[in-house]
Write a protein of this length. Structure first.
Length: 471
């Protein structure tokens, strides 16, 4: 399975596609607003509370069932059949301060605003079966990962005040999005030798989501509104290829997530009373989208039995994310900035973590985990030139008793940058280049919980032999 396509939080978020429906054809910037407002981060990340507690540094560790979303080779380390579930709670705050609009010689001061949301999403479920072949471990797994949970909502009320005096304008924006993109995976890992583990997963991507956006501005007796709707679908498939080279005190992990060509379909409509609108409704139609490859490398070091230190680098070729279609005006446009240039940056995220194991008098093991990550985003602000870079601090723990393991991790993420936005309804529905500029601050609180139950191996092997070989 494709790993944090990080958010980490989960998260994170495919709604950049939302900009396609309008901006692609140079109709209006309303889609740009929607993409900016409806996502906080955009990452390809795996799922698992242990990995999150380690700051997402799991490529060279990958020793539980969530390994398929980080490095499928790690599955070969599993000794017992497992059932795994991972859930995530997320609280996100995106605040906008000191924004100002310069238009036609006027300075408009914009009031501060805040968009916040809290939600819970199931992230990962898997069934894993280890077997023996030629004296070596062979592990099979079926899993589903919610790669992008797209249920988001945002309400903002703004006031625009002319610095030189005049009637103030009151702006309201509401965005409501539902749906998700899931990845269905079949994975296989093999212990080629005591030192070498190899693995691969075939991943089927399926996404269905919709969005409603409402924007309005009241100034004196004038009231302008724009209500935008979009439905989306995405289907594609790719492979994850993994390798782990392990020694008694250290291990090295490599993972390659292949690029793929997806079928992306969307349709849009706009209801507005604004005059001279450049937007045109788009009927539901299918297009192509090239999703880029990514490469990750990880190193894990265990100097003593109770200590683990690990670090990952993940490089994603976001500049290769482009539309591939026979429609000339759309073909080869960047997925992120809707341009044929290479302004969209490739990014390298950094993840580091540490774990200490406490052994109780009984048979329980309690881990203490700490992590940090730096995750640049593929979006660069058109006006300020600033790229969003999200920093994360994480802590985690858990307990293992008998065949049951529970892990929990908390992560705090933040970013602050000077940025620009389309705020006025007239800017949204017309071909305007005027944007408001100010300071944006992102804060995210994320809680991941993983539950793993291991089955005894011999009864499962007897059942498999009965089902597929016979008595």
């Amino acid at each position: 399975m494709v790993s944090t396509l990080r958010p980490r939080p989960i998260h994170r978020l495919w709604p950049l596609i939302l900009s396609a429906a309008t901006s692609l054809l140079a109709q209006s910037p309303i889609g740009v607003l929607i993409s900016e407002q409806s996502r906080a981060t955009f990452d390809v990340q795996g799922a698992g509370a242990r990995a999150m507690g380690l700051g997402g540094a799991f490529i060279a560790v990958a020793d539980d069932a969530t390994a398929v979303s980080f490095n499928p080779a790690g599955l070969a380390q599993l000794l017992k059949p497992e059932a795994t579930f991972v859930g995530r709670g997320l609280s996100k705050r995106l605040s906008f301060k000191d924004f100002e609009t310069t238009s036609q010689g006027r300075q408009l001061a914009v009031s501060d605003s805040l968009a916040s949301e809290t939600r819970f999403d199931p992230l990962f479920i898997a069934g894993t079966i280890p077997l023996r072949m030629n004296g070596h471990s062979l592990v099979l797994q079926l899993s589903v990962q919610r790669q992008f949970a797209l249920a988001e909502s945002s309400d903002r009320d703004l006031t625009e005040t002319d610095v030189a005096g005049g009637t103030p304008g009151f702006v309201h924006q509401r965005i409501n999005q539902t749906g998700q993109i899931d990845v269905y995976s079949f994975a296989m890992a093999y212990e080629a030798s005591e030192r070498i583990l190899v693995g691969a997963s075939y991943n089927q991507w399926r996404g269905r989501w919709g969005l409603n956006s409402e924007s309005s501005k009241q100034q004196g007796t004038s009231n302008t509104f724009a209500n935008y709707r979009q439905v989306n679908a995405l289907d594609g498939n790719n492979f994850n290829l993994g390798l782990i080279w392990r020694w008694p005190t250290w291990s090295l992990g490599l993972v390659r997530r292949t690029s793929f060509h997806a079928d992306y379909s969307f349709g849009t409509s706009l209801d507005t009373n604004a005059t001279s609108v450049t937007f045109k409704d788009s009927p539901y139609a299918k297009y192509g989208l090239h999703w880029p490859a990514s490469t990750g490398v990880g190193y894990a070091w265990r100097p003593k039995e109770h200590w683990l230190f690990t670090a990952d680098l993940l490089h994603i070729l976001w500049s290769d994310a482009r539309y591939m279609t026979s429609v000339a005006s759309l073909n080869n446009l960047s997925f992120f900035d809707l341009d044929r240039s290479n302004r969209t940056p490739n990014v390298t995220s950094v993840h580091v973590g540490a774990e200490y194991l406490l052994l109780t008098k009984g048979s329980s093991v309690i881990p203490l985990r700490f992590g940090f990550s730096r995750e640049p985003q593929p979006v660069v602000d058109r006006t300020t030139g600033n790229q969003r870079v999200v920093f994360n601090l994480a802590v985690g723990t858990g307990i293992k008793r008998g065949n049951t393991s529970v892990d929990i991790a908390y992560r705090y993420g933040w970013d602050r940058r000077d940025t620009s936005q389309f705020l006025d309804v007239d800017q949204l529905v017309k071909a305007s280049t005027v944007r408001s500029r100010g300071t944006e601050r992102l804060e995210m609180h994320r809680l991941d919980i993983s539950f793993i139950y291991q089955f005894e191996r011999q009864p499962v092997e007897r059942w498999l032999r009965h089902m597929f070989v016979g008595d």
